[in-house]
Design a protein around this ligand. Sequence first.
Ligand code: AMP
Length: 249
Amino acid sequence: MKILVPVKRVVDYNVKIRVKSDGTGVDLANVKMSVNPFDEIAIEEAVRLKESGKATEIIAVSIGPEKAQEQLRTAMAIGADRGILVQTDDEVEPLAVAKILKALVDKESPDLVIMGKQAIDDDSNQTGQMLAALLGWSQGTFASKLEVADGSVKVTREIDGGLETLALKTPAIITTDLRLNEPRYAKLPDIMKAKKKELETLTPGDLGVNTAKRMETLKVAEPAQRSGGIIVASVDELIDKLKNEAKVI
Ligand code: AMP
């Protein structure tokens, strides 16, 4: 079984985001960039499938600037066998990402694509679903458990009020939720080994995909500053404040 894992280069989740002074976007100058956390979970799951003998090859793919090679090397240090960078300095929207991934699926013929449920920079939560639609494949989104058997995959999903288990035929798209696994830290020897793994570079044009934007960002703004809370002396005072000051009850 061959697995394709898309990994997006995003601002590290520990970084406090700053909005550019002209309100056109997020300031990325000198900011630590990392693998999107949900994609790290996807790589870990693919590596566990390989370790248990169910997968034979893991290909990590990133669409982004030359520096996204760093995130592909991280994926390879965790255990991906090779990487493909679809290099572009343009901002690529989910539909264009899905079209690029479809072209790579057509080229590589994986049995599974395991990807994040969302990228923590744009929070779109669209690419996996769009890719499944473009390919006409089954999809198991927000997976918190994955069981792979010959020709089928069982996906447990966390939904409102409980768990849902789907049986999917392969090939399929799986998107990862936070509780699927806890990704390992790459060990130094694996980081060194990853530097020698194959990394192919393509462009969206090589795959016949036009990445021209269809959406325009009108404005990006910081959330309103929170004012501090207060400690009330009694339940009566709390009810009074909720009724007469906050006017929510
Ligand atoms: P989104 O729909 O933007 O929230 O992203 C969902 C998932 O699609 C991410 O977790 C990644 O697995 C994949 N993805 C989105 N953008 C990219 C990209 N530029 N390169 C590689 N994978 C991506």
